[in-house]
Design a protein around this ligand. Structure first.
Ligand code: SF4
Ligand code: SF4
Length: 239
């Protein structure tokens, strides 16, 4: 049996009680994929490489925990994120930590080296040294939307996680189909219209403006979130 099925079962079991999470999506990224090798230029010059996390890295297991429409509705109204949205963020992050540990334990029990990346988010430069969305892109989970979210076949509203492994299994390829209507040449700008701060525009994104509201949410709600451009948009939830 492919470890893909085992990994899916681990993730499903860990999220079974989380009623704001739909069916997870999983992909395998080749550690040598061009998308991965470009991360030092596409994200941050000190972005970790898979071999920094695990010297014998071959495959990165990437997964997406898609949120329900109801979870998104909790953050629909107003110009400031809701407490429930912040709680979903924190609780899902805790679940991701549990899933990662369970995946590593399961792999290691089979004699397969595995490790959890700890890139973290640099709050000075507003960059991640382990971009879950770019790893997911390399694993064929989706393509980037105008709002900088990765749009998967289950939608774009949710959270990503990953584990670096020495699995000897075939990798998935990045998607070639464009999943953002605007990037595919269509007329959608719903995510831009939902941004309350002007950080997101059709011609760019100002991460400093965006992080200002996230910092305020951290002080008031306990999570550095906003997510107004991620909810109530056409690509948020796909069945
Ligand atoms: S709301 Fe429309 S423009 Fe924005 S990311 Fe989704 S599909 Fe693209
Ligand atoms: S997270 Fe909030 S401030 Fe940042 S781009 Fe999206 S809607 Fe705008």
């Amino acid at each position: 049996m492919s470890f893909r099925d085992t990994a899916y079962a681990v993730i499903r079991e860990k999220t079974a009680h989380a009623d704001w999470i739909r069916e997870p999506v999983i992909g395998f990224a080749d550690a040598a994929s061009p998308v991965i090798r470009r991360l030092k230029t596409s994200v941050a010059e000190d972005h970790l490489m898979p071999e920094d996390v695990l010297p014998e890295a071959t495959i990165i297991i990437s997964y997406f925990l898609p949120f329900t429409k109801a979870a998104g509705m909790s953050n629909h109204d107003g110009d400031f994120p809701s407490q429930q949205w912040a709680d979903f963020y924190n609780t899902t992050n805790a679940l991701i930590a549990e899933i990662n540990e369970a995946l590593v334990d399961t792999l290691q029990a089979e004699g397969i080296p595995a490790a959890i990346p700890a890139g973290g988010f640099d709050t000075d430069r507003l960059l991640s040294r382990w971009s879950q969305r770019h790893i997911a892109e390399a694993a064929g989970l989706g393509t980037f939307g105008l709002n900088n979210m990765l749009i998967t076949k289950a939608g774009s509203m949710g959270r990503f996680g990953s584990v670096v492994t020495a699995l000897d299994e075939p990798a998935d390829s990045p998607l070639t189909e464009e999943l953002c209507t605007a990037k595919a040449g269509g007329k959608c700008t719903v995510c831009v219209k939902r941004c309350p701060t002007g950080a997101l525009r059709t011609d760019g994104f100002d991460r400093n403006i965006c992080y200002t509201i996230c910092r305020k949410a951290e002080e008031e709600l306990g999570a550095d979130v906003c997510g107004k451009c991620a909810v109530s948009i056409p690509c948020a939830v796909k069945e």
